[in-house]
Design a protein around this ligand. Structure first.
Ligand code: HEM
Length: 528
């Protein structure tokens, strides 16, 4: 035994005698995880969260969360002698005078953008592969919670500098709160501690941004990862992989090394972006003043869709019993996002209701094999994309020499027309890919080699595919649609007729697929 091993052994023994950790570690460090690049997306979200905590802590050393008016006398000459809030002035101080301050601000902002992008792409991976199915529904709901919190946390974060851009965003948030019928104006007064903008808002959102939400994030991420640990990770179908086993590498040493290295790659990329790519140059916007607005105000991308929905809404307002209901804000700002996020949270239960499938699933779906789900995902993304485009309607109009109304009318029509088209096209593509898989299994791969038969006919030589690939292409289930008859076996009409009819119709559409090759099909081909 070397001296180093002896020291390590003594330390490990010391800790084990006091905590009993050895048994737990032995069991868990050898836990097997499946391997696939798409499983790294959740890790990117996790690592950027760590980067956010570290860089954010640095910023709190100098940031002053106060709307107290100060006279700017710092090194950024164009703003010298201007009255502004202490929050804005301290952010300028971090950017121009604190050593490494601008780099840290930019790393923090880039990490936030990467965090949100990683969450969205991770969500898409989980959705399109069906990883949310039983028993992972709770983790899906926690995920939707994390996404919602991420949007709020990001918004509060870029509101803190109290520059002209962020102040405009807060003004919109105030309008959305006020649009709530009856309680809206009271809630806005409560949040702002009086009339907008007041002096209470920045200190309040600072506490929420650095204390409350990160605390909730930490708790939710911990539960999220504990559930991944307990329920085990899903895996892609392949030879030897079943619903009952996990094929992969042990946590120690394979994943410890990979995850450690990957953390530094994510940190490196974020630091590189922070060093070379300017982001949120608040000194160009100037301090916030409710009487001013800068042209081309844009929120960060994960809020852009919401802004886009509000921008495209027609001016609808009703007045009754002395109250004004601003439908133009209420519908795009609260009702539509509410429906979207509630629908997303409930999706695992909706799908299991449609398919009647209550079993556990640990093998992932290839998106093409579940055309309706994939098409619904494409439809939702198209909806979001159109809304996001309209969130930049002024920038698009300026850059492409269009009238802002043209962009807005395009979005107003496209938001209704393009998502259903995306649904139909995606579903057709999935079915075509299924057809291509069937062809591949039955007839093998086209080699591009032409053979002339003795009677002069040309045929292309096909090569049989490997048994592994054939297994992968045919391993999925093709469950039939639910047989929900209107009358039961004794001829009595079932209760809930309309609900049953709807469920039957959706279940039929959901079960539409190209039948995968059977053993008989293969035998028949061999016979030929
Ligand atoms: C702060 C944000 C989040 C973090 C840090 C995070 C982290 C992770 C990690 C590290 C994994 C295991 C590796 C992987 O499958 O990628 C995972 C799995 C999972 N996540 Fe997330 N996640 C976040 C948000 C979300 C969201 C928004 C959803 C969906 C709405 C979601 C749903 C899931 C599910 C269902 C699993 C289990 C997947 C499986 O076993 O295949 N997560 N998450």
């Amino acid at each position: 035994m070397t001296a180093r091993e002896r020291v390590a052994g003594t330390v490990a023994n010391y800790v084990d005698e006091r905590t009993g950790a050895a048994k737990w570690m032995k069991k868990n460090l050898t836990k097997v995880f499946p391997d696939h690049w798409s499983f790294l997306l959740g890790e990117v979200a996790l690592y950027s969260f760590v980067i956010l905590l570290l860089s954010g802590t640095f910023l709190t050393f100098w940031y002053d969360p106060s709307q107290r008016e100060v006279l700017y006398e710092g090194t950024y000459a164009p703003l010298n002698g201007l009255h502004m809030s202490a929050a804005y002035s301290s952010t300028l101080h971090i950017s121009f005078e604190v050593r490494g301050g601008l780099l840290m601000r930019q790393i923090h902002h880039w990490a936030a953008l990467i965090f949100m992008a990683a969450i969205v792409v991770h969500l898409m991976r989980v959705y399109f592969t069906g990883a949310f199915r039983k028993p992972r529904e709770f983790n899906w709901i926690i995920g939707v919670g994390l996404l919602t919190l991420g949007i709020v946390e990001g918004f509060l974060g870029y509101s803190l500098p109290d520059d002209l851009l962020s102040g405009t965003g807060i003004r919109i948030a105030e309008a959305i709160i006020q649009a709530l019928p009856v309680v809206g104006s009271y809630l806005a007064f409560f949040a702002f501690g009086g009339a907008f903008p007041g002096e209470a808002f920045i200190p309040r959102i600072f506490t929420v941004h650095v204390l409350l939400l990160p605390g909730i994030f930490l708790a939710l991420i911990t539960v999220h990862l504990m559930l991944v640990w307990y329920q085990k990770h899903t895996q892609w179908p392949g030879p030897g992989r079943t619903e009952k086993n996990v094929v992969g590498y042990p946590l120690m040493p394979a994943y410890m090394a990979k995850a450690g290295g990957f953390f530094f790659i994510v940190f490196g990329v974020t630091a590189f972006l922070g060093a070379v790519a300017s982001i949120n140059p608040i000194w160009l916007y100037g301090p916030y003043n409710p009487g001013q607005i800068s042209a081309g105000s844009q929120p960060d991308w994960y809020m852009g869709w919401l802004d886009g929905l509000v921008r495209m809404s027609p001016p609808l307002e009703s007045h009754f019993l002395g109250h004004t209901v601003s439908w133009n804000i209420l519908i795009p700002g609260l009702i539509v996002p509410g429906i979207l996020f509630t629908g997303m949270a409930l999706y695992p239960f909706i799908e299991s209701w449609i398919t009647g499938d209550k079993r556990e699933h640990h093998l992932l779906d290839r998106p093409r094999n579940v055309p309706n789900r994939t098409a619904l995902g494409a439809m939702s993304l198209t909806f979001m994309l159109v809304a996001l485009i309209n969130g930049g309607n002024d920038i698009i109009a300026t850059n492409f020499h269009l009238a802002i109304n043209q962009v807005m009318w395009f979005s107003r029509i496209a938001i209704f027309v393009l998502p259903p088209i995306a649904f139909v096209v995606t579903k057709r593509i999935c079915l075509s890919l299924q057809r291509a898989d069937r062809e591949l299994v039955l007839h093998g791969r086209e080699t591009g080699r032409l053979l002339m038969l003795p009677h002069g006919e040309f045929v292309e030589v096909h090569e049989p595919i490997s048994p592994e690939l054939a297994w992968k292409l045919t391993a999925h289930e093709q469950a039939p649609a639910l047989a929900l008859e209107d009358v039961d076996a004794r001829g009595v009409r079932r209760a809930g007729g309309l609900k049953n009819k709807l469920r039957k119709r959706i279940s039929q559409a959901n079960a539409e697929s190209i039948s995968k090759p059977t053993l008989n099909d293969l035998k028949e081909i061999e016979h030929h």
